[in-house]
Design a protein around this ligand. Structure first.
Ligand SMILES: Cc1cc2nc3c(=O)[nH]c(=O)nc-3n(C[C@H](O)[C@H](O)[C@H](O)COP(=O)(O)OP(=O)(O)OC[C@H]3O[C@@H](n4cnc5c(N)ncnc54)[C@H](O)[C@@H]3O)c2cc1C
Length: 442
């Protein structure tokens, strides 16, 4: 609903409609010709568009590259997210709770779009997987993150590094979201430096693995049935991955409180106190930290797409607001400075989309995403996402910090995406090492 801003004296007059006729005429006489001119201009202004153009955050038509079947999948995800998730997103975010009520519908959506064939981390192919992540994050970055941890990190670890028996046992129920997955690499004292050595240890004793240590941030852990715990094998200092089941003695989960981003996602601190895990739950094909880096290249590419979705969501909300918010007698979208912000946002979104698309097309052609290319996309998209959500927040003025207008949620959530799955700096160093041949990590 748009409001016309009346000249101050007219506003005063209409606030007092009970005033006698004489006072009304007197009030009218106090309206200056300039004010009448401004009112007339605001009513007749050609700057009120006759037809508001549709909001389109795919300016270079990247979706045109999809086949009709792929386009139908993208549309299905978009419709589900708009109709089922958007109405709940702010409420759960504010409460800091996970919306368990959406899980059956979400599972159905994923079965309909990602399919029911045996799980593979890259089943949809890099382009469509990326676009699916973009669509999830466009509406709710928390729901994208829930999915990314469960599907890409937890199930992805079992797919890439698990035995046939482990895949058979865990992947089908996880694919149906009957079991929820988590993933724990980061530790309270080891964040960016995980490649240089974990402090959580794994000791093989009388036929079982004994895990000791602590993990921080583990996504989905408070609601998860299994967690992939990464630990240093004390016999050779190599990293090993373990499927740890909820309820295992010595595995303690404490919900992480006080987050200002992705509040819907449940993160946890984990304590491992002599946690005993059978050999059958050790992932046999990790092959050291290189294996984890290979997996992170795939999931970082997905994060770059998700960042694109966050920027799209913020841009769309800001444009819609600019079209209907009236100040000085016309929509704020009619002011040059606001248009400058909107165009900058659209340019960012378009650059992110085209970069991600190209990255995924190369991955589709070569069969794998390169670590450097995924890192460059995460670095670039992280920066552009942050700039875009900040511009969107400013376009909404004070309303930009109110949850009800949604942009505030994107603004806060962007901060988590910027830092997780390798910080901006770590990903910069990965690209820096690739182009100079010199490692600048330490
Ligand atoms: C919302 C959220 C969800 C997460 N989910 C998970 C999860 O599911 N599982 C999991 O294992 N982890 C998860 N993480 C952890 C995340 O991966 C780490 O936060 C990230 O790797 C950075 O580690 P850190 O926070 O300890 O920062 P630190 O490593 O302490 O870094 C602090 C700062 O120093 C910079 N820095 C560090 N070393 C260097 C260097 N050599 N050169 C230049 N700068 C440097 C960093 O870039 C950063 O700016 C999550 C984090 C967040 C915020």
């Amino acid at each position: 609903m748009a409001f016309v801003t009346l000249p101050a004296s007219l506003t005063r007059m209409f606030q007092h409609v009970h005033v006698p006729l004489f006072d009304t005429i007197r009030a009218l006489r106090s309206v200056t010709p300039q004010e009448i001119g401004l009112l007339w201009k605001s009513i007749t202004s050609k700057r009120h568009p006759k037809r508001v153009p549709p909001i389109n955050s795919d300016f270079y038509d990247i979706l045109a590259d999809l086949s009709p079947e792929e386009r139908a999948i993208q549309q299905k995800i978009r419709t589900y997210m708009e109709e089922r998730v958007r109405p709940l997103a702010n409420t759960y975010w504010e409460r800091g709770e996970f919306p368990h009520e959406i899980v059956p519908g979400f599972a159905h959506l994923i079965a309909e779009t990602f399919g029911t064939r045996p799980y593979k981390i890259d089943a949809l192919g890099p382009v469509l997987t990326g676009i699916a992540c973009m669509e999830l994050a466009r509406v709710d970055p928390s729901i994208y993150t829930f999915f990314g941890v469960h599907w890409g990190l937890c199930m992805g670890s079992i797919d890439l590094f698990g035995s046939p028996e482990q895949k058979q046992r865990w992947l089908p129920p996880m694919q149906r979201f009957e079991l929820i997955g988590s993933w724990a690499l980061t530790e309270p004292d080891v964040g960016s430096a995980t490649a240089a050595g974990l402090t959580t240890t794994a000791r093989f004793e009388r036929g079982v693995w004994v895990l000791d240590g602590a993990k921080k941030w583990s996504g989905n852990a408070p609601i998860a049935d299994i967690n992939i715990i990464w630990a240093r094998d004390v016999s050779n200092n190599q990293v090993q991955g373990f499927i740890v089941e909820r309820g295992t003695p010595g595995y303690e989960v404490e919900r992480l409180e006080g987050k200002i981003a992705l509040r819907t996602v449940q993160n946890a601190n984990i304590r491992l106190n002599g946690c005993r895990v059978p050999e059958a739950n050790r992932l046999p094909n990790v092959g050291g930290f290189r294996g984890i880096a290979r997996q992170l290249a795939i999931t970082r590419a997905a994060v770059a797409w998700a960042m694109t979705g966050v920027a799209m969501g913020a841009y769309e909300r800001a444009l819609a607001y600019a079209q209907q918010r009236i100040q000085f007698g016309r929509p704020i979208g009619g002011f040059q400075l606001v248009q400058n912000s909107l165009v900058q946002m659209l340019a960012n979104v378009t650059a992110m989309q085209t970069m991600c698309l190209r990255m995924s097309q190369i991955a589709a052609r070569t069969g794998k995403v390169s670590q450097e290319q995924a890192s460059l996309a995460k670095v670039f998209c992280g920066e552009k996402m942050r700039e875009t959500v900040a511009l969107a927040r400013a376009v909404l003025g004070g309303n930009g910090i109110l949850l009800e207008h949604e942009v505030a949620r994107y603004f806060a959530d962007a901060e988590a995406l910027y830092s997780y799955e390798g910080t901006h700096e770590m990903n910069t160093l990965i690209v820096g090492r690739a182009i100079t041949g010199i490692s600048a990590f330490v």
